[in-house]
Design a protein around this ligand. Sequence first.
Ligand code: SF4
Length: 280
Amino acid sequence: MFLHEHCISGPIQSRRLGTSLGVNLLPCTHKICNYNCVYCECGLNRPDEEEIRSLPTPQQIEAALDERLRALKAEGRPLHSITFSGNGEPTLHPQFETIMDIVCALRQRHTPHTPVSVISNASRLGLPEIRRAIGRADKRILKLDAGTPGLYGRINGLRLADPTLPIGEVAGRRETPTAAEITAAYTQLIENLHGLPYPFTLQTLFFRGRAGGAPIDNTTGDELAAYIRQVLYVQPADLMIYGLDRETPEKELQKLTEAELADLAHRLRAAGTPPVQYYY
Ligand code: SF4
């Protein structure tokens, strides 16, 4: 299991973003997310998770990021991205919009050529304050792992029927959404991506294996065809596809080979998708 130990971490060398300084708006001891993806490197959501008390405040983020950016500037180290990622879904932080403004202002002061990136599961894009906040970032990297609601439900492990609920409703709560609720959440996700008024990158983790005792695979056949249809509908600026990189909570998932990822990228391009980059 991989957890960020601070609200500002790194910089690390990211496969996708280069030298990246992480902004973690979730607790440092456990993940909080409205999804529970079978491959999540942060592990599964804990039943005893705590939420609001252990979230960093905007003031803490501001002080820690200011200090880190000053130090990096003094060292002359290049920085390719300041990235909202961390131990769960960053848009769950109740002051996400305020913190976005703080991060953008500090970026402007210390390293104006470094983009601010947000990695999000896109589940809360229906909320106006989330759309506003991510609109102020330079890069929006939004998740879509499946072309059908059924596979979406299995891969992403939607925890609550309504993924737009605030963090206080997410942490520590258990629901098993019905198939109809998963379909509704998936349909809303697709429509939110389709209607997003900013360019964005769609990110997809491709893998196969077994989860929950049954085969799971988003790389082939009808599922891949459905995924391509959704990509053509939501029209991202580009696509990032990648394979597993760290330990996963489901132990029977298989990492694709580099040749398989390259072949998938080739098939997506041949189907007329926006530009595709793959990351092994
Ligand atoms: S959306 Fe991200 S943080 Fe949430 S469960 Fe999935 S991989 Fe983990």
